[in-house]
Ligand binder design. Structure first.
Ligand code: NOJ
Length: 865
């Protein structure tokens, strides 16, 4: 079919939406995927510079489009009869962003964020931030400000902006006239490689709180510390999912569920950028194991990619992330940093990302292919960019327009955060030379963040077992703390043997004994690798518990030799309670060889439980452990899952152990009975098919009927909660005319629009349904329930049995009730249709289940939408 014939055929099929727009349209913009396998199209109207327009997006049935080249077709007149449309075709051959409008009348459910420094309030999680105007003004400055206009820069200068170097930060961009360059610095839990900064609880602990307010506050505080040190781009948050339980970096991220990880990424970025630092959402994408991370290909189908692995990045874009880091691995055979499908098609087009893409350190493998695919900055050097990129432009292998786009994106991100202000702090450290007095001003940026660290620490402890009311401790006459290992130093540098069994301070050289957390001696409070920071102090459980125990005049003992279970059993004898500490450490660059406790920790628990009827196990682990050897032992009365909670780890634990804080943490991943029960394991193959598809973590256990030991979302409290009075209502805020059309089409199961920003469009993300219910504290102490909402689609949808789509923390005094509302957007209820390449409502009834975990449903209902 000729282009024209095909095009009018396409329009004929969208007659109604066109008609609805006729009264106001003055200009139409049609975006066509110019691809031989084009099979479908959609139409949408956008308001652009005060003129209404209609875009028609035509997409390919092929899910592996190598190119995103597009054609913009413009019509000069509006026709009642679509077949008589006069169409003039102009091929642009490149992506032309059409920003989502934020000017104009307020749209209900939308928060017009004029700057990332004024994000929507955390109390209204359903409010969709609209950063379009803020981005538009940043782009305007980047392209138009006289001294910095991209057009005024030479090719070399423009390329320099995109070329990495290592100055005083872990990476720096080059400079240009009027642009001082950017300082990029790790990490997702603090400012790395500096002094006088806070080590925050790891991402996995932030997620385990299931508390948006704490996740946002953590992002804000980390952002403030990065700004205080003069960092422009903080290299986090990290949002890979932990597809495999043994993943060496799972602790840096937000757990194994895409929705939880997405919400945590969203809140973290809103907080970080509120402080003024550029966030960097990483690692895009499918960087799910450390084994062969530089060479393996993650082979992921399109639907899984959209619904699972891209979801946290979609939420990051919605939070206005200024940058995204592409990952080391390959995607379906192509290196992630030179993959046009993920970078330009998914990230920059579907998600409408307007910031810049930076390569992971050394993840660039080509010049023209990477630049044309959508990579904007190479790090940490200019092996492939720099002069080589200049030459590639001169040879015609890379259009200069692409270089302009790259430079504009970097400058726009800088303006977006207001970092062009003379008041923005200069870099005050040298990450590689921390003792050089000329280069290190030793600025103390910690403020009072220790209080927040402790708050997150205690809110992230998950109580997994509590038999016979073992916890909280009630003025016991004696306790013994058991853990550690003698000697621990010789073995610590290996990923499979990460040091002691916890509880006590480092025996040898203080909290930073191992650079970059590259080993652990004593209490485990973070993992290893680039996702770390330097401790300024570290309070161990041994110290905190002893101090607290003395308030009750409790006799306090310890036994720190986990290589001697017999001695531990003797130490446990006769004590009112024996607290046994286990750990499992891992680091960037290696996965865990198994998911059992280090240092024969299981034998240690068994030994202590053989003599002490009140054995309480405390686990500091980077991820799941198999706890089968002892979990049902009658003398193991309680288990606390404490993660990696940073320098206040001892105090936070003591708060929970003594009941000063009633545990409210929830598991951000499933704890299985055996490693083989998980949907996937670390693979040594260089081609890793993600054959479990959508069924990651709990979804696999639900779909296959495998009993986990502790399911995703599980966690006990010292009190109990009841759920009731479920009510479901449609939210029908006044919507712009076009949105109403889209909403109606969506409800009818008609595919939605596809085009720039179509996956993050406001109409798709505004709340469509409000689910509300009552939670009552039926116990005798104050506590916080984490109410969770799971969506249950009809089996014909191909979705997992239940999928997390909402959560809320509800703090209640004993006997009190509170009504909780959770909004669901059309996006929350959609599935990705790989054929039409859009988000659609699957056929059939949509159910919701509300409860206390992914398996503990207390209320069930159906949506009428
Ligand atoms: C490699 C890591 O994968 C990435 O997360 C980090 O930001 C860079 N190195 C810089 O240290």
């Amino acid at each position: 079919m000729s282009m024209m014939g095909w095009f009018s055929d396409a329009l004929a099929r969208v007659r109604n939406p066109i008609k609805a727009l006729q009264s106001c349209c003055s200009q139409h913009h049609y975006r066509i995927q110019n691809d031989a396998s084009v099979s479908s199209f959609v139409v949408s109207r956008r308001k652009r510079q005060n003129a209404d327009s209609t875009s028609v997006s035509v997409v390919s049935s092929s899910t592996s489009l190598a190119s995103v080249s597009s054609t913009v077709v413009t019509t000069s007149s509006v026709a009642t009869n679509t077949s008589s449309l006069a169409v003039s075709v102009s091929a642009t051959g490149s992506f032309v962003p059409i920003p989502t409008p934020s000017s104009g009348p307020a749209i209900p459910g939308v928060f017009p964020a004029t700057s990332p420094k004024t994000p929507p309030p955390v109390e209204s999680p359903g409010l969709v931030p609209d950063f379009a105007d803020a981005w538009a003004s940043a782009y305007k400055k980047a392209t138009a400000k006289a001294s910095l206009i991209v057009a005024s820069l030479t090719l070399e200068e423009k390329v320099n902006i995109s070329s990495g170097t290592t100055e005083r930060c872990i990476g720096n961009t080059g400079t240009a006239r009027g642009f001082p360059g950017l300082c990029l610095e790790d990490s997702p839990l603090g400012v790395r490689l500096v002094d006088f900064a806070t080590v925050f609880p790891a991402g996995i602990n932030a997620a385990a709180t299931f508390k948006r307010s704490l996740i946002r506050a953590r992002g804000l505080a980390m952002g403030q510390e990065h700004v205080g040190k003069g960092v422009n781009v903080a290299l986090g948050p990290m949002m890979n999912l932990g597809r495999v339980a043994e993943g060496g970096r799972n602790w840096e991220g937000f757990g194994a569920d895409p929705y939880l990880a997405g919400e945590a990424a969203y809140e973290t970025i809103l907080g970080m950028q509120q402080a003024g630092v550029q966030a960097c959402a990483k690692h895009f994408i499918d960087n799910e194991q450390e084994t062969n991370r530089m060479t393996e290909s993650s082979d992921v189908d399109d639907r899984t990619q959209h619904e699972v692995y891209a979801l946290p990045f979609l939420r990051s874009v919605m939070a206005g992330t200024a940058s995204v880091m592409c990952s080391y691995n390959k995607l379906n055979g192509t290196y992630a940093c030179e993959d046009a499908h993920s970078l330009t098609r998914i990230l920059k087009t579907e998600l409408g990302f307007r910031g810049f893409v930076v390569s992971d350190w050394g993840a660039t493998h080509s010049t023209a292919q990477a630049a044309n695919a959508g990579l904007d900055v190479e790090m940490p050097d200019s092996r492939f960019f720099g002069q080589t990129l200049v030459a590639a432009v001169e040879a015609g292998a890379v259009p200069e327009a692409r270089i302009d786009d790259m430079a504009t994106r970097v400058l726009a991100a800088w303006y977006f955060l207001g970092q062009d202000s003379p008041a923005y702090p200069p870099v005050s450290f040298d990450a590689r030379d921390p003792l050089n007095e000329e280069l290190n001003a030793h600025v103390d940026v910690q403020a009072d963040h220790d209080a927040l660290v402790r708050e997150i620490g205690k809110a992230s402890v998950v109580l997994l077992k509590n038999a016979r009311g073992a916890l909280p401790l009630k003025r016991p006459r004696s306790i013994v703390v058991i853990g550690e290992r003698v000697p621990c130093r010789a073995t610590v540098a290996r990923a499979d043997d990460g040091g002691g069994s916890d509880a006590a301070p480092a025996r040898v050289a203080g909290p930073n004994e191992f650079a970059n957390g590259g080993g652990v001696d004593g209490i485990l409070a973070m993992g290893g690798g680039s996702g770390t920071a330097n401790f300024t102090y570290l309070i161990s459980p041994y110290e905190a518990l002893q101090r607290r125990a003395r308030q009750d005049r409790t006799s306090f003992f310890w036994f720190f030799d986990d290589a001697n279970p017999r001695g531990a059993a003797v130490a446990g004898r006769g004590k009112s309670a024996a607290l046994v500490f286990l750990q499992s450490w891992s680091r960037e660059g290696a996965d865990r060889p198994n998911i059992t406790a280090l240092h024969a920790g299981d034998a240690l628990v068994q030994a202590v439980a053989s003599t002490n009827p009140n054995t309480i196990v405390v686990v500091h682990s980077v991820g799941p452990l198999v706890v089968e050897p002892w979990i049902e032992h009658p003398n193991v009365t309680a288990v606390l899952w404490a993660g990696l909670s940073g320098p206040e780890t001892g105090n936070a634990l003591a708060d929970v152990v003594y009941g000063d804080y009633n545990p409210s943490g929830r598991l951000p991943y499933t704890i299985a009975r055996a490693l083989a029960n998980y949907p996937a394991q670390v693979s040594t193959s260089l081609d890793i098919p993600y054959s479990e598809g959508l069924n990651v973590d709990y979804r696999h256990f639900d779909a296959t009927g495998i009993e986990p030991r502790f399911e995703f979302g599980f966690g006990l409290s010292y009190t109990s909660f009841a759920y009731g009075a479920l009510s479901i209502r449609d939210v029908r805020p006044l919507a712009p005319e076009n949105d109403r059309q889209l909403e109606e089409s969506w409800a009818a199961g008609v595919r939605g629009p596809m085009g720039p920003g179509s996956s993050t469009a406001l109409w798709l993300h505004r709340a469509a349904v409000e689910v509300s219910f009552e939670v009552t504290n039926t116990g005798s102490v104050h506590g916080t329930e984490i109410a969770q909402l799971y969506v249950r689609h009809a089996p014909s949808s191909g979705e997992p049995p239940s999928v997390l789509k909402g959560f809320a923390d509800v703090a209640l005094a004993p006997g009190r009730s509170k009504r909780v509302s959770i909004g669901l957007s059309r996006f929350d209820l959609s599935v990705w249709d790989a054929v039409s390449q859009t988000w659609v409502r699957p056929a059939g009834t949509i159910g919701v289940a509300i409860g206390a975990s992914s398996r503990d449903f207390r209320l069930n209902g159906t949506l009428d939408i």
